[in-house]
Write a protein that binds this ligand. Sequence first.
Ligand code: NDP
Length: 333
Amino acid sequence: TRQWQLASRPVGEPTHDNFELVTVDRPEPGPGEVLVKTLYQSVDPYMRGRMRDAESYAEPWDVGDPMKASVVGEVLESEAETFEPGDIVTGDLLWAEHAVADADELQRVDPDLGPISTAVGVLGMPGVTAYWGLRDICDPAPGDTVFVSAAAGAVGSVVGQLAQLSGARVVGTAGSDAKVEWLTEDLGFDAAINYKTEDDLYGAVAEACPNGIDAYFDNVGGEITDAVWMQLNEFSRVAVCGQIALYNETEVPMGPRKLTTLIETRATVEGFLVSDYQNRWGDALRRLSQFIQQGDLEYRENVVEGFENAPDAFLGLFEGENIGKQLVKVGER
Ligand code: NDP
């Protein structure tokens, strides 16, 4: 069976040279373990942090080791009472075609609830991130203007739609005209800005938000956030979810400067980690799946075919190749 290992640590933008595809013996499950065949593998921006040799909220991977990923897979062999062959499961496994996992660390996926791939997307970690980050920190009220960056991504597209369901006016940024069209034509965003072609980002944000910004869900950081900052209203809320614009920087600027804005506006800025929401995970998934079933929440997946293309799928996140959740299709049931 094949797995992707970390070949070297990237400096700046990651490249193919940082990954090595190796063939290893198929592992065998021990007592309490199951052998899982990967059907879908997730690639996520936070993985960039794990390629780095620095402590962060996610532990760094070692060079020469297989990399970890959220996976949706099929149980092939089980040495645990809780699972049997044919069960569909999700969990944090490996960038691998097969992996062994402790049964306690896997969750069952109910194929009747929807496509199984959603267990690592809208009905998985990104969906829960959007749900609680928005509810707990942005706390949108009817009539508020909510701004979301990387709005056409896995997290951002859910944030924008949930904010609309709360009665807010929703504006976002995305990196292509096709994404802007999806947001405004299909998802019903009130406005969306292509930050890659917009010469005057500050002006565009101001124009798209004539009543200012009451809540900002930040996936990106950098200049987009600087432009949003200028439009924050009194008592606005900023949820700092991700800073992907900075993940490949070799020298990140040392600190926020324009904090006078926070004095003037009495705005609240709060970072959060979805892993702190373990005990409210199921509540978010239930609500999200209701919204999908009612037709109130749309989602898209960008599926890269073939395990050998997993690094391309990952690198594509930094080029904005994905609309919605970026996935790798690894195997068939
Ligand atoms: P996305 O599906 O949003 O994919 C990443 C997107 O980011 C790309 O599609 C691209 O879209 C955009 N992007 C890439 N590079 C840049 C750049 N330099 N400047 C601006 N935009 C860029 O990923 P996720 O939805 O999985 O994650 C979104 C964010 O949320 C990430 O920052 C991630 O780290 C964070 N996150 C945080 C969690 C937490 O617990 N705090 C949990 C999950 C995710 P475009 O075409 O618009 O450029």
